[in-house]
Write a protein of this length. Sequence first.
Length: 269
Amino acid sequence: MKNTNIKPKVTLVGAGPGDPYLLTLKAVKALKKAKAVLYDALVNEAILEHAPDAVKLYIGKRKGNHSYTQDEINNLLVTYAQKYGKVVRLKGGDPFVFGRGKEETDYLERFSIKTAIIPGITSAIAVPASVGIPVTQRRVSESFWVITGTTSSRTLSSDVKLAAQSTATVIILMGMSKLSEITTIYKDNNRADMPVAIIQNGTKEDAKQAIGTIENIVDLVKDKQLSSPAIIIIGEVVNGHKSLLTYFNDQFMEDDFIYQNLDIEPITQ
């Protein structure tokens, strides 16, 4: 039965791109106060340690393996909010960057459930940066596009055709299954020599990458056995990349400044 003494509230929290240290202080605070946490597939489970007293439910969706449909997730959010009060909906990256966050808040508000948003660091920017690739660079790229590789109709976004004609850096999320289509579009626009980087599990200890061009990236991905989740970065900015994966992990994953000076307990993995 619904507890009339509980004031239901759901906070959508961005968990960042994968590294558990790339989490905002506001997100940590919300997790510590949460009575229940419903989390996605791309969330690093080490982050759940910030909510030791909360009930936790995995509601992730991966290609060909959905634990719940979106309608079921919406209903679960309502049920848990009414039962537990303070609920965190933990989503990979940022809740409003291809995260269906707006759909979930709209649904909750139909039931007069209060909602809040805590933005997360989106993988579209953080993952390229983690290997030394800027999404913009003076005299190289004045803008960047972030595009979904797979639309709700399971087709490649038509925006890729427009992006292939621009000088912008193009970041494609959820596009690994469409990589051949993407490279064909660029080749049709005489961009076969355009630099490309693909990073799997970006910012995590098991990150893998392939650096090449539109012409050879499909073969490189096969050789290196890359798969989802991965981010595709297309543009001249890739030329200046540095392999910073080891530095990124060694230098920042062990930085005790975070927990000594900001009162956050270190996360052990």
